[in-house]
Design a protein around this ligand. Structure first.
Ligand code: SAM
Length: 207
């Protein structure tokens, strides 16, 4: 099932990779700046897309490893690598099965990806695995509102956004982060409570 879904996602992003950056006009630049400024050390950006966050990482980062399921999106990201202040490595990879060593990253940053990933819980578990104990997850994402009237509307609209855009608008990603085993440190509402910047930690054993 996840394989079928991955194929569908790949086809979709192959179609839109060349024009994806138009979507970025809807996203305030300061959301990306805020998220990337929280990153430090060796950073995994999972679902790096066309690399729209790359220009904003600070020199507190040592290296950015950017992975994505879609090769055409990664090709666009490669064009942005010269705008990044720190070395970048790009690779085709599935967030649900990362071909990366456990405990090998200080931070994992994910922006607007878990609305698309077939199995977000599995993706978050993989993010947890590759983070070193004490490492930080930085998540910039839209998710379902906690307000019941808006949640109802999002539930009703979801089949349409999934059909048209492959985008799930009614996921409870905040809850899924905790279910995956992270400890949430902060959650900032950026657009109502629909777009949030969440910072979470992989706990150090015994803490
Ligand atoms: C909406 S775009 C976001 C791109 C970028 N993070 C941004 O902020 O603009 C979603 C991205 O997630 C990627 N993606 C979806 N499922 C994935 C998976 N299972 N593993 C890795 N990347 C995935 C897509 O290929 C696409 O590049």
């Amino acid at each position: 099932m996840a394989q079928e879904e991955n194929q569908r996602i790949k086809q979709q992003y192959a179609r839109i990779a060349g024009s994806y950056d138009l979507v970025d006009r809807l996203i305030p630049r300061n959301w990306r700046v805020k998220a990337t400024q929280l990153a430090y050390g060796r950073v995994l950006e999972a679902g790096v897309g066309t690399g729209l966050n790359l220009p904003y990482y600070t020199d507190r980062c040592q290296e950015i490893v950017g992975i994505d399921l879609s090769l055409p999106m990664l090709k666009q990201a490669a064009l942005r690598v010269p705008q990044c202040k720190v070395p970048v490595v790009l690779a085709e990879m599935d967030i649900q099965a990362l071909d990366l060593a456990s405990s090998s990253f200080d931070c994992v940053l994910v922006s607007f990806v878990f609305c698309t990933v077939a199995d977000p819980l599995q993706g978050l578990r993989e993010c947890l695995r590759v983070l070193r104990p004490g490492g930080r997850l930085i998540l910039l994402e839209h998710m379902v509102s906690d307000h019941s009237w808006l949640r109802g509307a999002m539930d009703r609209l979801n089949p349409i956004t999934v059909h048209l855009l492959g985008d799930h608008i009614n996921r409870q990603t905040g809850t899924t982060i905790s279910t995956a085993g992270f400890q949430i440190e902060s959650s900032e509402n950026l657009f109502g409570d629909v777009v949030r910047l969440i910072v979470a930690r992989r706990l150090v054993a015994g803490c």
